[in-house]
Design a protein around this ligand. Structure first.
Ligand SMILES: Cc1cc2nc3c(=O)[nH]c(=O)nc-3n(C[C@H](O)[C@H](O)[C@H](O)COP(=O)(O)OP(=O)(O)OC[C@H]3O[C@@H](n4cnc5c(N)ncnc54)[C@H](O)[C@@H]3O)c2cc1C
Length: 377
């Protein structure tokens, strides 16, 4: 029984028994904080800042609140009523939400700076890594999030323009990338009733059980098989994508791949790979989904207009969540780079505490370093 399951069971029981009730702060500080982005980092920051008595507005450029919880992770992994019931509590506690509010585009950053005492940037890591191989421009080659976001909208009841529909139904689907996003593409393609689903990964197949190099409490380096994989997909590791090939109408029809062998240089310790001779082959492909990660947050618009500095990976640079601008903080994937929901929540809470101290000189909010259960990073 994992801690995750215990926690889920506790909160489900609590909602079922009506124990999760709005708990607005007793007093307001009169300070106003803008949270940009409504993913788990933004929501966690907003909840804590509101608890500290600040007036919080969450700005979200999409038409619904939730970030990747809403539009990345499919319903079969996270039912959206889980987000909605929490949002109802947060609203009743006094947090304001503004959707279709693209800060830096239809909401001016100057107005925001004037109206708020502090800003918390939680815009996520949104620039996907591309696959620059011949044929990338063919119809039917998409970033995973184009496919997943559209499907989440479809499931939520939105009308999708037929000309823009991305469906896996009856198609040979190739998912490129072996992580969570790739697994969600597999599960969604199965629900669309794809003809075949193949997931390929550049890295070697991880061991079936925890590798010796990653003992507890490190994140275990091991093969992960999700329910999406169990529903059906061919999985291949150590495969390099070479080129997409299409028909006369510009539709993708196949993907040329080759097996690779990973090597480690004995002197430098650097790893590299060699193509395995005689393994080049064409996989049938009517829909290719690129799930190979994210580079960094979007710089144009919000961040560049604010004059935010970046770290060497292009993420928002921050010291204890505070950016190069005194009253602007950042948390979640936007600061940390592409990561996990638990990290986004943790960062949002920690950033809220840092903002509270900035505004009030002290904070009674919980923090990792001040908790009796302090976690070393
Ligand atoms: C398909 C997929 C599956 C995943 N599955 C898992 C999983 O199973 N488990 C797990 O732990 N993690 C998973 N992750 C990772 C996890 O979802 C992210 O790490 C997490 O959501 C990051 O939270 P965040 O709040 O930092 O950013 P996000 O969730 O990305 O939210 C950022 C929000 O900011 C908004 N925004 C950006 N710029 C602006 C602006 N200028 N104005 C207004 N709003 C703006 C965006 O529209 C977005 O809603 C998955 C990711 C993907 C893509």
């Amino acid at each position: 029984m994992a801690i995750e399951h215990i926690e889920k069971s506790i909160i489900e029981q609590a909602f079922e028994r009506g124990l999760v009730k709005p708990n607005p702060p007793g007093e307001r500080t009169g300070k106003k904080v803008a949270v940009i982005g409504s993913g788990p980092a933004g929501l966690a920051a907003a909840a804590q800042l509101n608890r500290a008595g600040h007036l919080v507005t969450v700005f979200e450029r999409k038409n619904r609140i939730g970030g990747l919880l809403r539009y990345g992770i499919p319903d079969f992994k996270l039912e959206k009523n889980v987000i909605d019931r929490r949002l109802a509590v947060m609203e009743a506690e006094g947090i304001k939400f503004q959707t279709n509010a693209n800060v830096g585009e239809n909401i001016s950053v100057d107005l925001l700076k004037k109206d708020f005492d502090a800003i918390c940037l939680c815009g996520g890591s949104t620039i996907p890594r591309d696959l620059n191989i011949p044929g990338r421009e063919l119809n039917g080659v998409h970033f995973a999030m184009e496919f997943l976001e559209q499907n989440n909208r479809r499931v939520a009841g939105d009308k999708i323009n037929p000309a823009e529909e991305i469906m896996a139904t009856g198609k040979h689907v190739i998912v490129i990338g072996g992580g969570d996003t790739g697994s969600d593409c597999v599960g969604t393609s199965n629900r669309h009733r794809a003809e075949s689903i193949t997931q390929i990964e550049l890295l070697s197949k991880p061991p079936d059980s925890r590798a010796e190099e990653t003992p507890w409490p490190l994140w275990p380096m091991m093969l992960r098989t999700s329910s999406s994989h169990e529903e059906g997909a061919d999985r291949f590791w150590a495969v390099l994508t070479k080129s997409f090939h299409g028909d006369a109408d510009g539709n993708v029809k196949s993907l040329k791949v080759v097996d690779i062998a990973w090597t480690t240089d004995q002197i430098t310790g650097r790893s590299g790979f060699k193509e395995v001779e005689g393994t080049e082959r064409d996989l049938p492909c009517d829909l290719a989904l690129l799930a190979i990660g994210y580079l960094h947050p979007q710089h144009t618009g919000l961040l560049d207009k604010l004059g935010i500095e970046y770290d060497e990976r292009g993420n928002v640079k921050a010291n204890n969540y505070q950016t190069n601008i005194e009253n602007i903080f950042s948390a979640g994937d936007m600061r940390r780079g592409q990561s996990l929901v638990v990290w986004a929540i943790s960062e949002g809470r920690e950033a809220a505490r840092a903002i509270d101290i900035f505004l009030m000189g002290k904070s009674t909010l919980e923090g990792k370093a001040v908790s009796p259960l302090a976690i070393e990073e």
